[in-house]
Write a protein that binds this ligand. Structure first.
Ligand code: ZN
Ligand code: ZN
Ligand code: ZN
Length: 263
């Protein structure tokens, strides 16, 4: 069972698109903004309940994100898909192996986990000489079926990212769907009665594999969560300017945003 509080805490480790904001070599208004909410590391969150911490994705800035947000333990990783902005920081979980004295369970579709294994080939080689030089991982394939993690039901939410299937995840009355531009009806049915919904909204102009702001607003209205946050935000989006134009129950996420949701 979930602990007495019956709530989960969500911490936005990163809210940016794949380049990160500021981007290398860009002097646009957002990349040079003084507003801390315009500084976006690659997209990922930590979800905590019952004294456990689960990471969704391991971005290239995982160490910096965990230090900034005082994430001092993690027991599992849920992967959305294999793109580098969601996976490339996996080596940083060696610290969690050390702190927890345990392997980390990495959940994802078989295709995603196959990519992870290829991208971090050294982590899966027999190498007893330097065991602390590689993350200790246990790959756990999942399909569309809900599963239980530390006493809480986790529901996979299959979505489409252009031609690529991606997993969103639902925990109680919270769901996280990054990297998508289409949500099948079967998955929409799994997004009913949410308190908080997180959705991909990359920029104003249309994008071939991500919702833009207009499509994301339309999708958020269809889902009908009490509060929606947009993530995976590119440098065309100035936080204050676009925030002022969004409907009341929709907001832009930002790095470090933290909230609790009942389960
Ligand atoms: Zn991405
Ligand atoms: Zn820029
Ligand atoms: Zn992606």
């Amino acid at each position: 069972m979930v602990d007495q509080q019956s709530s989960i805490q969500v911490i936005f480790l990163g809210s940016g698109t794949s380049h990160g904001i500021p981007m290398i070599g860009c002097d646009c208004e957002v990349c040079t903004s003084d507003d801390p909410r315009d500084k976006r590391t690659r997209p990922g969150i930590a979800v905590r309940w019952g004294g456990h911490t689960v990471l969704i994705d391991t971005t290239p800035e995982l160490r910096l994100q965990c230090v900034a947000n005082r994430i001092d333990r993690a027991e599992a990783i849920l992967y959305t898909h294999h793109h580098a902005d969601h996976v490339a920081g996996l080596d940083d979980v060696r610290r969690f192996n050390w702190l927890m004295d345990a392997e980390l369970n990495c959940y994802g579709t078989q295709d995603t986990l196959d990519y992870v294994r290829q991208m971090f080939v050294y982590a899966f080689e027999e190498d007893s000489e330097y065991p602390s030089h590689k993350p200790a991982l246990n790959l756990v394939p999942i399909d569309d079926e809900p599963f239980t993690l530390f006493g809480l039901a986790v529901t996979p939410i299959p979505v489409m990212h252009g031609p690529l299937p991606v997993m969103g995840y639902r925990f109680g009355r919270f769901a996280y769907c990054t990297d998508c531009n289409y949500i099948p009806e079967k998955s929409m049915a799994r997004l009913r009665d949410l308190d908080v919904f997180v959705l991909d909204a990359v920029r104003l102009r249309p994008h071939p594999t991500h919702f833009n702001i207009e499509q994301a607003i339309e999708t958020a209205h269809r889902v009908g969560a009490r509060q929606t946050y947009f993530t995976h935000i590119a440098h065309q989006i100035k936080h204050q300017t676009i925030s002022d134009q969004l409907p009341d129950n929709i907001a832009l996420a930002y790095d470090g945003l933290t909230f609790s949701v009942p389960v």
